[in-house]
Design a protein around this ligand. Structure first.
Ligand SMILES: C[S@@+](CC[C@H](N)C(=O)[O-])C[C@H]1O[C@@H](n2cnc3c(N)ncnc32)[C@H](O)[C@@H]1O
Length: 451
């Protein structure tokens, strides 16, 4: 086997638990000191355990995504920070953004674009829109700190630079809400044309490729930082050592090659063709990413191997961690439309509704659309499934970004394993069994074992 085959095999293999342990300890000590990650004794691989007793409804942890991205279709509906996923701009900007992208041009929408202030909106203030330091209009942020973090983590490689994407109305809206960005920077992308094609391909086919690109760029940038910029002057061995270090957060993640591991949908008759089509789709996407990141693909070839790329995609698919941030527009509309007892406020509400009724009608049933995407959370992805879980992901009113928030569903004893349900656990056994096939395992929880 050549050294490059060896490197690919290394990146594909699950990391030995003893090698993963220091990294996992580091995560729990910073995110959830009351928990630890260790091997389960019932063959489920590693799992998360309570070090001390936990009461019902107690917060187990709040964790930021290692890598995530808003769904492409959701980006047209919600203006969110591309790094922490909180809503940005203002209530007016959120409503105007969504309605403009849906083709509502006249009346109140136009006045919103021109700066109309809506009643009560000042009680729902949002962070300003901070533009990308590289000048692209693909991403916006809530603060310079988020813009800088995204730039350092992945966006400096993925940014298409200054462009004239987006309609005139979209630009007006973004410009109106835009706070000055961090100092402007040049994209390090090797081929902006290929990157734009890559992005368009992901939007048109499967936006999981956007998250995979962020993960790939993150690994490259971490490896480059270790090589202190001397990516091509140092030898192959040094580049490989740096890549191994940078890969560690992904090495501990549960993963398998996407087209080999994903469950076949019920309406598919020819499994082999289905899997081959997914593989081709991933290959086409990687063939666009490689020239866009040509310098990195040449320095770290194993990372750009198709099966490794497939395992990064599989990591997001198998952990299936939807990222959801509740809608601030929903909270605003409830505030206006839920009658208050105080007659003075009630009169103000009635006056506000006269302005808001046409907008509410145009927003339709999806007025409560959250910010949605896919993300990978290092600690949450270590939690095993149970059909009778003792914890659940549950956001409170203060959780207004894309962090994963885990609460105890009931009292948990020291030493007990923390479990969540990956599916709707109220289903009957057979339906649960089928639903879990999407995750590629047969459930060994006590409830299923006792069937
Ligand atoms: C998101 S990972 C959880 C962490 C994983 N145990 C590890 O070692 O990284 C999901 C995988 O854990 C295993 N797993 C989780 N819950 C399980 C259960 N109830 N029964 C059997 N295997 C389970 C399966 O292999 C599944 O694909």
């Amino acid at each position: 086997m050549s050294s490059s085959d060896n490197h690919v095999q290394y990146l594909l293999a699950p990391l030995e638990y003893t090698l993963a342990k220091p990294f996992l300890d580091q995560i729990t000590s910073s995110t959830a000191p009351a928990l630890e990650v260790r091997q389960t004794s019932d063959g489920k691989g590693k799992g998360v355990f309570a070090r001390q007793g936990v009461s019902e409804d107690e917060l187990l942890f709040r964790e930021r995504a290692l890598v995530g991205a808003q769904h492409s279709s959701n980006k047209a509906e919600i203006l969110a920070c591309s790094q922490c996923f909180c809503f940005v701009g203002s209530i007016e900007a959120q409503i105007a953004w969504r309605l403009t992208n849906e083709g509502h041009a006249g009346g109140t929408v136009q006045r919103l674009q021109q700066g109309l202030k809506l009643p009560f909106s000042d009680q729902f203030s949002l962070p300003p829109i901070v533009s990308c330091p590289g000048g692209c209009t693909d991403e916006v942020y809530c603060s310079r700190a988020c813009a800088d973090a995204a730039w350092t983590e992945h966006h400096s490689l993925l940014c298409c630079g200054r462009d004239d994407q987006g309609s005139a109305q979209q630009r007006t809206l973004l410009d109106r809400g835009t706070a000055s960005s961090s100092e402007s920077r040049e994209t390090a992308c090797s081929n902006v044309g290929a990157m734009r094609e890559f992005r368009e391909f992901a939007d048109a086919t499967n936006d999981i490729f956007h998250v995979a690109a962020r993960a790939t760029a993150r690994v490259c940038l971490h490896a480059q930082a270790q090589l202190q910029g001397a990516m091509h002057t140092l030898g192959e061995e040094q580049a490989w050592t740096a890549l191994q270090q940078a890969w560690l957060p992904f090495a501990v993640g549960w993963k398998a090659v996407w087209w080999e591991s994903i469950a076949v949908p019920e309406d598919i008759e020819d499994e082999a063709t289905f899997r081959a089509e997914l593989r081709d789709l991933a290959e086409e996407s990687l063939d666009l990413l490689k020239p866009a990141l040509a310098a990195q693909a040449s320095a770290f070839p194993a990372l750009f191997d198709l099966r490794v790329y497939g395992s990064i995609i599989g990591m997001f698919e198998l952990n299936n961690l939807g990222m959801v941030v509740p809608s601030v527009v929903e909270r605003y509309l409830l505030h206006v439309y839920m009658d208050r007892a105080d007659p003075e406020i009630l009169a103000q509400q009635h006056a506000a509704r006269k302005i808001l009724d046409p907008l509410r009608e145009q927003l339709g049933d999806a007025y409560d659309q959250p910010c949605e995407g896919t993300a990978f959370y290092s600690l949450q992805s270590c939690i095993n499934h149970s059909c009778d879980p003792n914890a659940h992901a549950m956001k409170g009113p203060e959780d207004l970004d894309g962090s994963a928030v885990l609460l105890a569903k009931r009292g948990i004893n020291a030493g007990e394993e923390i479990t969540i349900s990956y599916i709707d656990e109220s289903m009957e056994y057979e339906d649960r069994r089928v639903a879990l096939l999407d995750y590629g395992f047969e459930c060994r929880c006590v409830r299923c074992r006792n069937i």
